[in-house]
Structure formats: C-alpha cells, structure tokens
Design a protein around this ligand. Structure first.
Ligand SMILES: [Zn+2]
Ligand SMILES: [Zn+2]
Length: 104
C-alpha cells in the first residue's frame, strides 16, 4: 500500500511479526493522521479500524495503553459485536455491543 486512504501519506506496516497476526491480514498505520487499517489479502478488502479512547483503549492482555482499535460493528447470531485488536501485542477479542440495561 503506497498511500493512506485518509490523507495520502505513505503508511507503515505494523503487526507484521510472525506471531502477531495471521499472514492473510496486512496491517497498516499512517503516522501522519493515525489512520489504522487491515488489508485482507484473500479478498483485497481494506477495513478501516477505529481507535478507542480512555480505559477501553488499554490492552487487557499486555497492558499497553492507547493501543486498542476496533472494527465497525457487525451482527452474528442476532448479537451485535465488534472486533478489538491491540496494536502493541496483536491479540484480539470479540466484544458484545448494544445490550440494554446491563447491570453494573
Ligand atoms: Zn493518513
Ligand atoms: Zn496488547
């Protein structure tokens, strides 16, 4: 990828260590505007990820702060989910969204 889809500057490969993410996912980050996305090599689909803020942005696996990004919400088996990935350690998690009146 030669140009960031958001600002046109050249993005950098991230999470490209052998154990970080599966090889069919190519992760890119733009240092200029902080855009992050993942390119799926089998489909050519590029998904833009959204940075989280506050406590949600801190990785529960490795403890790095401000490194979590999430996908657009999607539905599976009637549940609304999103997909959270830590840009520091590459570990990921599916989150349940949109549940009503979750007790504390
Ligand atoms: Zn950019
Ligand atoms: Zn992490």
């Amino acid at each position: 990828m030669s140009a960031c889809p958001a600002c046109g500057n050249p993005p950098e490969r991230i999470l490209d260590g052998p154990r970080l993410r599966p090889p069919h996912q190519r992760w890119w980050e733009c240092r200029a505007c902080r855009w992050v996305g993942v390119l799926y090599t089998h489909s050519g689909h590029l998904e833009t990820m959204r940075r989280l803020q506050g406590d949600e942005a801190d990785c529960v696996f490795c403890g790095w702060e401000e490194e979590n990004v999430v996908s657009e919400p999607f539905e599976r088996d009637g549940e609304r989910l999103d997909w959270l990935v830590c840009l520091a350690c590459g570990r990921s998690n599916t989150r349940r969204l949109g549940r009503m009146a979750d007790p504390e």
